[in-house]
Write a protein that binds this ligand. Sequence first.
Ligand code: G16
Length: 539
Amino acid sequence: MIRTVPTQPFSDQKPGTSGLRKKVKVFQQPNYAENFIQSVFDVVEGKEGSTLVIGGDGRYLNRTVIQTAIRMAAAAGFARVVVGQGGILSTPAASHLIRRRGALGGLVLSASHNPGGPDEDFGIKYNVANGGPAPEKVTEAIHARTLSITEWHAASGPDVDLDTLGEVTVEGMTVEIVDPVADYAALMESLFDFDAIRAAGLTIAFDAMSAVTGPYATEILERRLGFAPGTVRNGVPLEDFGGHHPDPNLVHARDLYDLMMSADAPDFGAASDGDGDRNLIIGRGRFVTPSDSLAMLAANAHLAPGYAAGLNGIARSMPTSAAADRVAAALGIPAFETPTGWKFFGNLLDAGMATICGEESAGTGSDHVREKDGLWAVLLWLNMLAATGKSVDEIARDHWARFGRNYYARHDYEGVDSAAADALMAALRADLPVLPGRRYGPLTVAAADDFAYRDPTDDSVSANQGVRVLFDGGSRVVFRLSGTGTSGATLRVYLERYEPADGYLDTDTGTMLADIVAAAEEIAGIARHTGRTRPDVVT
Ligand code: G16
């Protein structure tokens, strides 16, 4: 039987950088998740006879919302839903499954690197048929629908057993519970030289942060590649990620960092986030920034079988350092600069204009799926190490000696009062015309703007994507507000200094960026607006 339940709109269901992310308590309000899912289904066309993929990162509320989504998909007319066993699908594996099954789309339940548990975060994101996050025109239509919704529909009946592989029927719709790892692992094996990685005799440590990557990393790294048992740490997904932030950065993956800087360091260390799309790369004694990792992966990708034919282009988000642009120039291929949000890469990948994409926020990926992919980055690094016989440190030094180095850091001011953060950004925008020519210590502003992007495939324009202040010599600072936080505002300040190949290539990042940090404070008045004198997180 299909139930129709009357409801009222919620005013706060605007998807952010990557879907709707809120506190669990917000999602637990009656009708809250149902309203959003119904709004997705109301907006999406072609449901009759189609397949929908459903899965999440296993965090608190995952199973509950999956049961809701299955019942509502049956009422919406889908012919089949494909669900990861236990409700588990990493974000890249969900993207692959959507593509492989020719699905109309998928519901990916995650709040990514945000903490999980009854008092923490949850999220729902809709991905479209190419496997990628819905583009802005779709998320805007979903948001509009959330503001006018009057009812939602769901099949009634018992919960589906999410743990048993196989098929059951709900109101005439087939529910297929699949192994969440198998297809994805096969895809990775098709892209990388597993024999060479096995033969290289490397030692590695991988921190799955008690999040979704655990089962994927255990299957691929320990079972298929033969790394020692225990290589995957924190490999069992927990609903609260063991009380930690599953955020692979130098703050939350501190244990891994300390190991990699110690005398006992293995050759290679890596971590992934809550939903498996982000990555952290640390060689023995050498941390690689996400922006550098993108550039180094792009420069060496041809060493892996999946990329032996070369790259069509490289795309990065605007706040990501320009290191990848120098690689693109050397390879004679186009470089694209998009707003923050993986959804902006989708069209470039679909059009074959870009092959590899990456972001400063610890995301890298390629045209194999339409999401960023943490394990993919780890495997490409391992393939590079195996093919070159070099260490991470040697690869990094060789890269900088050839291309120069973009020293880079991001300063996050979290939980800032939203009005204060908005006032800071408004004041910055108002100052844009007068900034060029101004001097801040040794730095002179060459140009300043509010980044806008015209998608070359469909000419759609996305404006107000962050304030850029570019200095003479290729250094810059970027200011923007995060679109993924769930309380207050998070101000992100992205700092970058270019040092040419004959410059200082192995100096402390903090020292190299000190002038730019001081300029950022002077330009934006961070302390004045927010009352903060130092960032909460430096990555
Ligand atoms: C999401 C997006 C990324 C973005 C990141 C941070 O990642 O997919 O493109 O870079 O958020 O966004 P913001 O700076 O707005 O917080 P994830 O891993 O959280 O899904």
